[in-house]
Design a protein around this ligand. Structure first.
Ligand code: PMT
Length: 223
């Protein structure tokens, strides 16, 4: 296990879910625990990087020596990520960002009615896409959480978002995805190669992702 692969590099990582408020007591969210993103932050730190971790609401302690920026909504995450993007060398987007939010956030608790209710949703900003448009020297790593057609969707995301690598997980597989201590991922790169990893701890998956990223950073800096 080599150390200091990322010495002198700035790494920006997102983790956890976002919360999109319906009213002061209710929100739309997902099952992300932050474990995958926090493991990545810890490994990047271990490799000597300056790490900024933009995190949605989770129950985890920030790894020591990592700068943590706590956010709630997709919009807050967007702003925090963009404000740290320019100086970054490596950006890893592990967060499970809501694609939709309630069009209206009610100021007071919505009262129960006799009839059914419809909540109108609007799109949030696609942060990964935005970064793909703006990137200059940054190596951009996205995730893909899929329940079917993992390979096809992951390859599509790689190019649609202008990412350098996509880490795909089938979140339906046992031991993979949300709120587990392990994950099963496949890494997709722009040269068309894919690396299928077996079931591993999220710590081991993080080590592998950081290792692959450092190789890509080296290649990028060659030309
Ligand atoms: O947190 P854990 O419990 O450890 O679980 C880990 C995980 C399952 C959350 C993680 O491994 C994972 O798959 N993260 C990505 C979840 C996700 O939102 O995937 P997606 O396929 O919907 O999004 C694709 C990519 O676009 C992701 O890098 C995501 O951060 C990004 N995105 C999505 C929507 C949006 N509005 N902005 C984004 O930047």
């Amino acid at each position: 296990n080599q150390a200091n692969r990322l010495k002198g590099k700035k790494v920006l990582i997102t983790a956890g879910p976002t919360r999109e408020k319906i009213d002061p007591v209710r929100f739309i969210s997902n099952h992300s625990s932050g474990k995958m993103g926090y493991a990545l932050a810890e490994e990047a730190k271990r490799q000597g990087a300056d790490v900024v971790l933009v995190s949605g609401p989770v129950q985890l302690q920030a790894p020591s020596g990592v700068d943590i920026v706590k956010v709630e909504s997709a919009e807050e995450m967007y702003k925090a990520v963009l404000s740290h993007f320019d100086g970054a060398d490596l950006v890893i987007k592990t967060a499970a960002v809501a694609d939709y939010r309630p069009k209206i956030t009610h100021e007071h608790k919505v009262k129960k009615q006799a009839e059914d209710m419809t909540i109108e949703l609007e799109r949030t900003k696609d942060i990964l896409y935005e970064l793909g448009q703006r990137k200059k020297k940054q190596l951009l790593v996205g995730f893909a959480a899929e329940t079917n057609n993992v390979e096809a969707y992951a390859r599509k995301k790689l190019f649609a978002k202008n990412a350098d690598m996509i880490v795909a997980n089938n979140v339906m597989a046992d031991g993979a995805g949300f709120d587990t201590d392990t994950n099963i991922v496949t890494l997709f790169k722009r040269d068309g190669t894919m690396t299928e990893l077996p079931l591993m701890s999220k710590t081991a998956v993080a080590e592998k992702i950081i290792e692959e990223s450092t190789v890509l950073i080296k290649e990028m800096n060659k030309d």
